[in-house]
Design a protein around this ligand. Structure first.
Ligand SMILES: Nc1ncnc2c1ncn2[C@@H]1O[C@H](COP(=O)(O)OP(=O)(O)OP(=O)(O)O)[C@@H](O)[C@H]1O
Length: 264
């Protein structure tokens, strides 16, 4: 299967145990190329652990398998050598600590090109002109080119998240894995970040897997929702299928707390 048609991630019977606690318990899901999927569930249900497992940031328990764009990245309880290529295809966006604070926004976005260039170029700031142009175009696209020269730690959370998205574009990522990218943002900045992810998905065909605390955002921006509870998949289907009964199954009777904006 070619990498352009292979699934973003194929997760088969994956468990992850921390001491006596099972953070993931027999999870099997597949996210196709070009899909935009929300990963939801109560705090501690395993959302971040699943994203981190897909990127090979920690080994899963023996028995499960994870492939990324057709490459086996986890098998027999080990992260494989293919993880480097898989990471180069995945743009990662986190709730915080997305950018190197003391570097300019422009330099941070250029770091996305590092995987394709000898590292000394990055160390000495010797970037090819074509990459510089690409970085400025990406900053312009996400709406923060005016701040290119500004140190990342002086930017707002929303500007930093948009910078992180620009870095993923420069990296040439085929999919974005975003771990609570809007949790620290005000609603207006959050909407802009979600709209950018939707645009990358629809216009560029990038796959997106995004963990969200806000169910209303999952419903508004993602066609498909995967819900975890205590490390197990308890829902995998269209976001339109998340009725009150389902939400109570996922979050319990206090499910309205999982909405950002009050439910009408
Ligand atoms: N490094 C770790 N060491 C020990 N336990 C961990 C570690 N990381 C996660 N866990 C545990 O695994 C479970 C799942 O955590 P995880 O962060 O994946 O949940 P989450 O759904 O992303 O939660 P949240 O929405 O609060 O971010 C939790 O019980 C957590 O305490």
């Amino acid at each position: 299967m070619s990498s352009s048609t292979a699934a973003v991630a194929s997760v088969r019977d994956v468990s992850k145990t921390y001491g006596a606690r099972k953070a993931l318990d027999g999870v099997s899901v597949e996210v196709g190329a070009g899909e935009m999927v929300a990963l939801i569930g109560p705090s501690g249900s395993g959302k971040s652990t699943l994203l981190r497992s897909i990127t090979g940031l920690h080994p899963i328990d023996p028995g499960g398998t994870i492939t990324v764009f057709g490459d086996v990245v986890q098998q027999n309880g080990r992260v494989t050598g293919a993880v480097r290529r898989a990471r180069s295809r995945l743009g990662m966006i986190f709730q915080q600590f997305n950018l190197v604070g003391r570097l300019s926004l422009f330099s941070n976005v250029m770091l996305g090109a590092l995987g394709r260039l000898p590292s000394w170029r990055g160390l000495f700031g010797v970037w090819p002109g074509a990459d510089k142009a690409k970085a400025m175009a990406a900053l312009h696209r996400v709406g923060v080119s005016d701040y290119a020269a500004q140190r990342a730690n002086t930017l707002s959370g929303g500007q930093q998240q948009r910078g992180a998205i620009a870095r993923a574009i420069v990296q040439g990522a085929k999919a974005i894995l975003a771990d609570e990218p809007v949790a620290s943002l005000d609603p207006v900045s959050a909407r802009k970040v979600m709209e950018l992810l939707v645009e990358l998905n629809k216009r560029d065909g990038m796959g997106v897997i995004v963990t969200l605390h806000q169910v209303d955002y999952a419903i508004r921006y993602c066609n498909r929702v995967i819900a975890l509870q205590k490390g197990k998949v308890v829902y995998d289907g269209p976001s339109t299928g998340l009725d009150t009964k389902r939400l109570i199954e996922i979050y319990g009777p206090e499910y309205e707390d999982a909405f950002w904006e009050a439910k009408a």
